[in-house]
Design a protein around this ligand. Sequence first.
Ligand code: FAD
Ligand code: UDP
Length: 713
Amino acid sequence: YTPMAIEYTRHLEPLAVVYDCMDELSAFKLAPPELIKREAELLKRADLIFTGGHSLYQAKRRQVEGAPELKSRVYEFPSSVDVPHFAQARQPLPEPADQAKIPHPRLGFFGVVDERMDLALVRGVAEARPDWHLVILGPVVKIDESELPRLPNIHYLGGKQYKDLPAYLAGWAVALLPFAKNESTRFISPTKTPEYLAGGKPVVSTSIRDVVQPYGKQGLVRIADGVLEFVKAIEASLKPNPQRAKWLKRVDNFLSKNSWDRTWEEMSGLIQIAVGRRRAAVSSAKLKVLKKKQVETGVSYNVLSSFRKNTSTFDYLIVGAGFAGSVIAERLAAGAGKRVLLIDKRNHIGGNAYDHYNEHGILVHKYGPHIFHTNSREVFDYLSRFTQWRLYEHRVLAHVDNQLLPIPINLDTINKLYGWNLTSEELEKFFASVAEPRVPVRTSEDVVVSKVGRELYEKFFRNYTRKQWGIDPSQLDAAVTARVPTRTNRDDRYFTDTYQAMPLHGYTWMFEQMLNHPNIKVMLNTDYREVVGVIPYREVIYTGPVDEYFDYRYGKLPYRSLEFKHETLDREWHQRVAVVNYPNEHDYTRITEFKHLTGQVHPKTSIVYEFPHDEGDPYYPVPRPENTRIYQQYKALAEATPNVHFVGRLATYKYYNMDQVVAQALTLYSKIIGKRRVEAIRPLAREVKGNGHAREPLVLPSLEPKIGNTPAV
Ligand code: FAD
Ligand code: UDP
């Protein structure tokens, strides 16, 4: 955090050095003179230099001019903002006692009061408009209290806690950035700018470079210098703004790109890469030393190979930390004592099943809804070693003819759709009368039309499938729509599997337990191609797209992609069930509301829309005969490739659910170790005792409100 720390950390050999540079400290009042020298040393030593704003970024890059390798280590991270926290100020909040007695209109400032504040400006504004009241929150630091302008309409309320700031902000008419224009403010990027804006307050600032660009230029903040202009800008801000709604929309749009989560993710990714680079550099440096020693002493070459074997060779390099990669990593490490390196090019584990708490604290699935269901006791028991469960039965409604109807089609669907009152037997007869026989049942159209006829097919399946897959159901294998059955009873569950449950603490938590083993090293933000030839390993387990592995030798295998649009709404519920399908309207296929899946209680609710696309991350293999033919060629090649195993949805080009991928990975493991599957996955005694894995499956009672008593929306 400060170059001065180099004094007492020089002797350390860290995994990486990150210099988090928030200010041009050397320009600060009372800055120690050695600071400049220490900073030069730190800049040379740091793997990463994070700068807290654009001017600072440019300044640090200039400082390492002439050393391109250092220049590329400097990154710009302007202030992020906790929007929901400060947005509380958009509604009236109970007034803090010390502010309540101050008359209106109030102009406010929060932050450290030091030499960066333009005290003459503050005095000038207060003198020019005695009817305005300046509220100043924050500790007075480095400057003498006696220097502060003292007037009846300036109120110094001292330092406040972060949690209380919105309550103060809510009571202000305008928020101020009265910074002096001097050496100490040349590089500042005040965090309070986005915080004030998140609170919905008009902001007036002096022409600080990082405020002018972007806030001033985008018309989000008024920029003014000198008492006269500053007063004028405040006057303008105090007038009712007929364009306020539009201005707020632009503010919100700007802030939405600036969350702490996003900053954290980017920083964490860069740190992982830096650590990886250092590790690689260290081992190659050690190798060089050994090689040199070998030349000098004539030691046999075996020394080198034993170094590789004993200290740095992994038994398995596993590509992809989704279900396929993580299950096989866990088994190889915990079951067979192998040393495993698990890499993923994304910045998280869990693959497409990854979930996380969003900025509102709601657990969401980044890549769309994942509902666990299986008929395999073996798979369920295996996963139960790493998680407890929450019983959850999935129900879906389809928006058809302006009604929300249960899908899969069942007795209630038809009765509600047509306003009938059929029994199950009558419905069977009805289906028989409208069904069009298709022999053989080859395509996704055949599956549906041969069961429920053309009209229902068109209402529920044709357009959804065209949207989801970009082709007509008549061009798609039967297996796709066959995933959704037709029923003549009133069972409205989406799945009928024996085990239907969600990991109690989420998927990512479950993956963390699975991978928590001393033999497993996880490396994120790492593409397979970056480590091939750098890290020694004996065999590879590959779970990425198979065509990519072979450089598209037989052409590209089509994968269907999705764009996920996540939203959080300021109300408790959005829809009656977890998923609502929109076969016939909109560009999206479905909306998912996560709290139904997770059982989380929260005053807000998060949803996701799914927009299918041709281009983008590969999510769905496209089952149709011509693709299967291309895949067969890759499969033959895969089988002929020694020491590489292909497993998972992308590597075996199969539209598999999570449980099927787990089963596939367990099968591969039993093949690798040459044991029958039951034996291969039976927990070892040391596993049971050792790390707490291999618990009895524990299933908690369902908290899910059943359909019928779900919240009304
Ligand atoms: P993935 O989860 O895709 O993992 C592969 C990993 O490999 C990825 O993390 C990727 O980043 C990494 N990778 C790829 N190439 C490289 C490379 N070159 N270098 C490094 N890393 C690489 N299943 C269900 O059972 N129930 C559901 O409700 C359900 N809903 C779904 C909803 C959606 C929108 C989607 C897309 C899928 C759904 N699935 C569901 C299917 C489920 O996601 C998959 O079965 C499962 O995630 C497959 O696991 P995997 O490990 O094979 O692949
Ligand atoms: N489908 C449809 N209408 C629906 C639901 C599903 O046409 O309301 C079809 C569509 O082709 C979809 C397939 O059935 O891709 C499989 O549905 P599922 O819900 O299993 O899809 P996933 O959750 O895997 O995206």
